[in-house]
Design a protein around this ligand. Structure first.
Ligand SMILES: [Zn+2]
Length: 413
């Protein structure tokens, strides 16, 4: 309804003309102002986050920015005035929109006065004010929407370790995911406790592997088809080779956080320790002194214990190169900080890059892990289907390492 001549006809022709003085003070009856229902006011405060919605202002309206005194400094301004004679008023729409939240702006006193001034309606048209309101409210929505994205799906993987069943406590893991929160009522549980290695090694690894692959692919299918799963938090207590397989199946495409059970912690055993790792909480890479082109490359990870070189030789028998990642102080309680796990991931991926570039005849990677569960999962995620050869994963069966399963072989499924 802008006037092409540039002279502001402040009121639609159907409405009675408003009188104004030389100072620009509107003369329509402000006393007719409808009271805005409390619920609408609350919603407007919520939508605006209690800040002036006028473009570029953003002033908090619940506290005086100079004196820091708490008070209500807000004005609720009408975009289409409640009176047909008021700013942007209309014969019928003024009445219709008088308590409509979409027609109301929470502003500071200065900007409320500006919006309510008939002399400025050509500058602050209905379109412009609606745009101010929309921009402000959508900015607040975007900023606070982050909590929606903090939803996570709990994935609990439990299996027998040294013959004993593992059961993961769901309440304890909910402590660990904060500030994320579980998106659905039920966790996804991959329960491998039913298998006993005593029933036969090969049969054990075959059956348990099949379940891990099957259930992980189900989970990914859910993510892809229904987009129900945005993020996964993984808690695992199960044999290491199965966790490498789990990590490989989860792939690096899925957004996930890994957690580590802290056996020696007094409480909150699934929570990562707060703070930064100390100077001797680090990891060191040990690379082969001379790169020879061999078909067998070993990656040994000595974190919760030491992978002995003699045990590796016995397990492989052929000529091989050894790359090792070793904790500065190996032991069952080494991994306490999330930063240590990400240091491990970075180190492993850089070793894989080096193997791809330098050991061109490699046909097999042999993975020996003396590591916590989360390291095993992260390891499995690091191998790339097309870039890396098949990976033989070993289990420690004191004092020997035995081949348990193979990942990254040409898939037939
Ligand atoms: Zn303002």
């Amino acid at each position: 309804m802008a006037n092409k001549s540039g002279v502001a006809p402040t009121v639609p022709p159907t409405a009675p003309a408003a009188k104004s003085t030389k100072t620009g003070k509107p003369k329509y009856e402000r006393s007719d102002r409808p009271s805005i229902p409390a619920q609408t006011q609350r919603e407007l405060w919520g939508r605006s986050a209690g800040r002036c919605e006028f473009h570029g202002c953003n002033e908090p309206l619940f506290i005086d920015s100079v004196s820091q005194k708490r008070s209500n400094l807000a004005t609720i301004a009408h975009i289409v005035a409640f009176s047909p004679a008021g700013p942007r008023g209309h014969a019928t729409r003024s009445k219709e929109l008088e308590i409509d939240i979409n027609n109301l702006m929470l502003t500071c006193k200065t900007h409320g006065d500006l919006i309510d001034n008939l002399n400025y309606v050509h500058q602050f048209t209905q379109e412009i004010l609606l745009d101010y309101k929309r921009t402000h409210e959508s900015r607040i929505r975007d900023a606070t929407h982050a909590i929606e994205n903090a939803k996570t799906t709990l994935l609990l993987v439990q299996g027998r370790i040294a013959g004993r069943e593992s059961v993961i406590n769901e309440e304890a893991v909910k402590q660990a995911i904060k500030p994320r929160w579980p998106g659905s009522d039920s966790s996804i549980i991959i329960d491998l406790n039913a298998y006993r290695i005593s029933e036969g090694r090969a049969a054990y690894w075959d059956a348990a592997s099949e379940q891990v692959v099957h259930e992980t692919r189900d989970l990914l299918k859910k993510k892809l088809t229904k987009e129900e799963i945005q993020h996964v938090s993984v808690f695992a207590l199960a044999p290491i080779p199965l966790l490498v397989l789990l990590g490989h199946e989860l792939t690096s495409r899925l957004d996930l956080d890994l957690f580590q059970y802290q056996r020696s912690a007094a409480s909150n055993r699934w929570c990562w320790q707060v703070g930064q790792p100390g100077s001797d909480d680090g990891l060191d890479p040990y690379l082969p002194e001379h790169i020879v082109d061999v078909e067998d490359v070993v990656i040994a990870v000595s974190i919760s214990g030491i992978v002995e070189r003699s045990a590796i030789s016995r397990a492989i028998g052929r000529e091989h190169l050894i790359y090792e990642i070793r904790a500065q102080r190996p032991g069952p309680d080494f991994l306490k900080y999330r930063a240590q796990l990400s240091e491990y991931g970075t180190m492993l991926r850089s070793i894989l890059t080096s193997i791809r570039a330098n050991v061109t005849s490699v046909k097999r990677i042999h993975l020996f892990l003396a590591s916590p569960a989360s390291v095993a999962i992260d390891s499995g995620r690091s191998f790339i289907e097309k870039a890396d050869p098949e990976v033989f994963v070993y289990e420690f069966d004191s004092p020997h390492y035995k081949h348990a399963l193979t990942i990254n072989s040409a898939r037939t499924t």
